[in-house]
Ligand binder design. Structure first.
Ligand SMILES: Nc1ncnc2c1ncn2[C@@H]1O[C@H](COP(=O)(O)OP(=O)(O)OP(=O)(O)O)[C@@H](O)[C@H]1O
Length: 578
């Protein structure tokens, strides 16, 4: 494919989509987007239930049947009472007793089955949402994970998704159940007298909709405040744990303790305000239920004395009213958590819908092993300009060094070469091919990027090195470790290459971690290696060994070497000053 043709495709495939967001914040689209209403969040979350609609309907059916069983337990008791008093009852005492037992057993079974279905749906869905969130992160990474939002993402993956369990297991079906059972009960009591039906309708609306909506509105700020304060306390505790060495060294224990105490006091204040609202809401709901009972008693009495209703019917209608508030009362307590749940749902939906800053090129050009040309490149994180009309050339098969003061954009340049971000202006070309036209997976397969921070997985040292080439034999792993001056250290450990890094925890030194990263790159054996401060944590002996290996092993490879150290730059054929 010719370059000009590629450019056309490029404009269509990449530019159209990826220049919308903003490196450094990563969310320009989100900032401009209208916030979702609670209803839209609910619909979005319910949309995810589609694959499990059958079980959801079953849960609602069993919930309705179970709650009606509970109401009719009391009503059947009323019929039994009428029969015992020799008043008109459709059920003789014995039959009423048998039905009572059946209803009680059915109630227990249906309740259990409803909860089992709801939890099945919730946990299946949580697993699916986690998969979706990780797939979204995979799509959005690495740019998204580079930004300041990393902390928020961790909290989303851990607590936000967890909280959605409340929505799926304890929100959707209770709302449907309350609506259906209320309609059944309105028809049932309305059959005795229209006024009972109207009273039931008003009271159900008050307890199940008006009070929860008002309190939900009043409590939305308090719920969010509680969650924010909870997050703040968590991060202070984590900071203190991580920074324990510094706290002890600079005698900051008392100050940090005071800070934690202050955060705890604020959190407990927020919790108190939230509980006060919950208590007030509970009291309002109870008032409506008691008022409904009182009004229905008076109404029944008046209708019996006026001769428009028999005593037996009035008694059953009043008992039905009194026993039917379970499902709507359950809704009233929902609204306390609903605001928090919807806020979490909103964040998860935002992430699932977020456009990546950089789209991976899937069917582009194969990676050409050639010189790299950086031509008049501009790049900014948000409003902060990092590179302006930057030019450089990294010849094929040579080691080129990059020197520059801290923060001038050396690591950023490597990330642009890796296409973690796209340039704003100018071009980066491998040979004749624009980096934006190269199949991204192919690009990353042929380049090893050794970052300043080597991430170690909870696995053996051997497998951590093997990340560079999963199929590598033990001898190849050992060879790579030797080149990275790591072998002797590994052999000094009781289990050698089988030593679990989780057991060592953070006890590996910066230099040892760095050497694991370098061994990975050697094992990967790519055409190009980008090193970001590869020897910053090493003593001069290990630095010397690694530089010698770099010179020998990287013969014929294109190497870009970022470093502050003049000694490291010694192996570079050319040094670019940024
Ligand atoms: N993801 C990001 N979002 C916003 N700003 C960033 C991001 N990454 C880096 N920066 C900022 O961009 C500037 C350049 O960062 P970069 O890491 O490229 O510098 P550097 O030259 O490699 O520095 P050092 O030598 O200290 O590693 C710094 O001021 C940094 O704070």
């Amino acid at each position: 494919m010719k370059r000009s043709e590629n450019k056309g495709i490029q404009d269509e495939v990449i530019r159209g989509k990826s220049t919308k967001s903003d490196p450094g914040t990563g969310n320009s689209e989100k900032k401009n987007a209208k916030p979702r209403s609670g209803f839209r969040v609910m619909m979005g979350l319910i949309g995810m239930v589609k694959p499990m609609l059958g079980i959801m309907l079953l849960a609602i059916l069993m919930g309705c049947a179970g709650n009606l069983c509970a109401s009719f337990l009391t009503i059947m008791g009323g019929f039994g009472l009428l029969s015992a008093m020799d008043l008109a009852s459709p059920f003789p005492l014995r039959t009423a007793a048998v039905i009572l037992i059946v209803l009680a057993l059915a109630r227990a079974f249906l309740r259990y089955a409803e909860q089992a279905c709801n939890h099945y749906i919730a946990f299946k869905l949580l697993a699916q949402i986690r998969h979706k969130v990780f797939a979204a992160l995979r799509r959005l990474a690495p740019a998204k994970l580079e930004g300041k939002e990393r902390g928020n993402l961790i909290s989303m993956i851990t607590s936000d998704i967890e909280l959605l369990e409340v929505f799926y297991a304890h929100t959707i079906s209770p709302i449907a159940i309350a609506i259906i059972t209320s309609i059944v009960m309105i028809i049932f009591v309305g059959n005795f007298s229209i006024s009972f039906g109207v009273l039931a309708l008003i009271c159900y609306l008050l307890a199940g909709a008006v009070i929860p909506l008002i309190n939900g509105h009043l409590g939305s700020g308090r719920g969010r405040q509680y969650r924010d304060k909870f997050g703040e306390l968590n991060s202070v505790v984590l900071d203190n744990l991580r920074g324990m060495d510094e706290i002890l060294q600079y005698d900051q224990g008392e100050t940090r303790r005071e800070q934690m105490k202050e955060k705890t006091t604020i959190l407990s204040g927020a919790n108190k305000r939230l509980k006060a609202l919950e208590t007030r809401q509970g009291a309002m709901t109870d008032f409506v239920i008691i008022a409904a009972a009182g009004v229905s008693l008076v109404m029944g009495g008046l209708q019996v004395s006026a001769g428009t209703l028999s005593f037996a019917d009035a008694m059953i209608a009043v008992m039905a009213m009194m026993s039917s508030f379970g499902p709507v009362a359950a809704l009233s307590s929902l609204s306390n958590n609903l605001n928090q749940t919807l806020a979490c749902g909103n964040r998860v939906l935002d992430l699932l819908k977020e456009e990546p800053q950089v789209y991976e090129v899937e069917n582009g050009e194969a990676f050409p092993f050639d010189s790299i040309a950086v031509d008049h490149v501009d790049f900014s994180y948000g409003k902060k300009k990092i590179l302006s009309q930057f030019r450089a050339r990294f010849p094929k098969g040579e080691i080129t060094g990059i020197l520059g003061k801290s923060g001038c954009g050396k690591s950023t340049l490597l990330k642009l070469l890796m296409r973690f971000f796209e340039v704003e202006q100018g071009q980066i070309c491998y040979g004749e091919t624009d980096v934006n036209q190269i199949t991204t997976s192919d690009l990353r397969k042929h380049i090893a990027y050794v970052t300043q921070e080597t991430f170690l997985f909870h696995d053996t040292i051997g497998n951590n090195i093997r990340l560079g080439n999963v199929g590598a034999a033990d001898s190849e792993v050992e060879e790579a470790a030797r080149k990275a001056s790591l072998h002797d250290f590994v052999m000094s450990l009781p289990d050698g290459y089988d030593t679990e890094l989780a057991e060592l925890g953070d006890s590996l030194s910066g230099g040892e971690r760095q050497r694991i990263g370098i061994a990975r790159a050697f094992l990967h054996d790519p055409d190009m290696i980008f090193f970001d401060e590869p020897t910053s944590n090493l003593d001069s002996l290990n630095e010397g060994i690694i530089l010698k290996t770099l010179r020998e092993e990287c013969d014929g490879k294109t190497v870009v070497l970022v470093s502050h150290r003049k000694s490291t730059m010694g192996i570079a054929r050319e040094v670019i000053q940024m």
